[in-house]
Design a protein around this ligand. Structure first.
Ligand SMILES: C[S@@+](CC[C@H](N)C(=O)[O-])C[C@H]1O[C@@H](n2cnc3c(N)ncnc32)[C@H](O)[C@@H]1O
Length: 267
């Protein structure tokens, strides 16, 4: 059973090849298609793609008349570059979370998505728990986490976990010991235009999960259950989540981090 069904469910299938692994557990309810020609009946499909003798869980769909594919990698490309050259704790995300050299907070990323912000915060020394409600996105992310644990055990073997479920409810159920120092929120927000600038990866995610029209509900739950602060990432043009004014905002390229300070850690 999926926990917290996606609000918009795209018509997707799992393309099953005889030699490839079976669908991961969260995708077992999807129709299994073995004949490639039948995939055109669906908005998109999951499958395993081989790259450098590694199998990557992949979602493919037609965008602008071309097949676009999405699989996640938490350890290379942009994420690795940002880890190596990204300015460490001078980055906007680090400032928004109030990271200091002697403070490595526990962060609950309640809108995990592609896991990019979470991986970045992990590489800055924080411990991360993530929640993602879409079983589709959670499957792609779990696949990437398993690979990251093999190649970068020191970062991802511990203090980096994913739960599939509905954050507003899961946050309410946290015991006092499970309370995170920071809750981080980055819900979907409609892009200003349908221009090509809207990145392909996010268009594929949007196809799978739609918008997050209930995003405002996350803020009161987060404010009640975070110890020190709640950080909300928004496009620069978006209003404050739940129309609530933050304690401060940090502007980044095209984005803004709204920071709700609850208290300060004793360091
Ligand atoms: C914009 S993406 C997050 C991107 C992420 N920060 C990253 O770095 O890749 C938003 C994600 O939050 C998830 N989401 C939205 N509301 C949620 C909720 N109430 N509980 C759990 N996940 C949620 C959506 O399914 C979507 O995958």
């Amino acid at each position: 059973m999926f926990i917290g069904r996606p609000l918009v469910t795209a018509n997707v299938a799992f393309f099953s090849r005889p030699s490839a692994p079976e669908a991961p557990s969260l995708l077992r309810e999807l129709p299994s298609v073995t004949d490639e020609s039948l995939l055109t009946d669906y908005d998109g499909y999951f499958h395993y793609q081989e790259s450098d003798s590694t199998l990557l869980l992949t979602f493919s769909a037609v965008l602008d008349n071309h097949v676009a594919s999405l699989n996640l990698d938490l350890t290379s490309g942009k994420i690795a570059y940002r880890r190596q050259h990204g300015g460490g704790r001078k980055q906007h995300i680090a400032k928004a979370c109030g990271l200091k050299h002697n403070w490595n907070p526990s962060i609950l990323d309640a809108t995990a998505g592609l896991g990019r912000d979470a991986a970045e915060l992990r590489s800055l020394g924080c411990s991360l728990r993530m929640i993602e409600r879409s079983p589709y996105v959670a499957s792609l992310l779990e696949d990437a986490i398993q690979r990251a644990r093999l190649s970068h055990a020191e970062l991802f073997q511990t203090d980096f976990s994913l739960h599939q479920g509905q954050s507003a409810q899961m946050i309410q159920r946290l015991s006092q010991q499970q309370q995170p120092d920071i809750i981080y929120l980055d819900p979907m927000f409609p892009p200003k235009s349908k221009s090509a600038a809207v990145k392909k990866d996010m268009r594929l995610v949007k196809l799978l999960v739609g918008n997050d029209p209930d995003a405002d509900e996350l803020l009161p739950a987060a404010l009640e259950h975070a110890k020190y602060r709640v950080v909300v990432k928004r496009p620069s043009y978006a209003p404050h989540l739940n129309n609530k004014k933050p304690s401060m905002s940090i502007e980044s390229k095209g984005n803004r981090f709204d920071v709700y300070v609850l208290s300060s850690p004793e360091l």
